[in-house]
Design a protein around this ligand. Structure first.
Ligand SMILES: [Zn+2]
Ligand SMILES: [Zn+2]
Length: 138
């Protein structure tokens, strides 16, 4: 992947700040609504493009999830997600890559099988889904 050094424009700074304020892996719509409060003239496509550029440059992460809506994450460290099938919220799973221990080694072996079969693997996602704590308490 090629990345051109990014200009942090004022708009992108606001997008980044609002993404961090929202937390909880907001959708493009949610970021747009928040940003629009500060920059009333901004368009949806500018926000979307801003998010794409920020993620390409490693400031944020684009989530690859089973959710159909595109979501973004201000946590760029390696972590896993829990998707609530009841409320649709995505939370960071309380595990770290090192918690996976043996599994991670095995995934490495699986990746090797993939590569040996001619697939160029860039990574994998591990996603948990079920009912989150908030929904479970209701
Ligand atoms: Zn929930
Ligand atoms: Zn996350």
């Amino acid at each position: 992947m090629e990345s051109v050094p990014m200009r942090i424009t004022h708009q992108r700074k606001v997008i980044l700040e609002e993404l961090k304020n929202l937390g909880n892996h907001p959708t493009v719509d949610e970021v747009y609504i928040a940003v629009k409060k500060r920059l009333p003239k901004i368009s949806m496509s500018t926000v979307y493009r801003g998010l794409e550029v920020l993620s390409k440059n490693g400031y944020i992460k684009k989530l690859e999830t089973i959710d159909t809506q595109k979501r973004f994450d201000d946590n760029v460290t390696s972590h896993y997600h829990f998707y609530c099938t009841n409320c649709g919220n995505i939370k960071d799973a309380p595990i770290k890559p090192e918690n996976l221990g043996k599994l991670q080694k095995e995934i490495g072996e699986i990746e090797k099988i993939m590569e040996d079969s001619g697939y160029k693997v860039d990574g994998y996602t591990l996603e948990f889904f079920g009912v989150c704590k908030d929904c479970d308490e209701k």
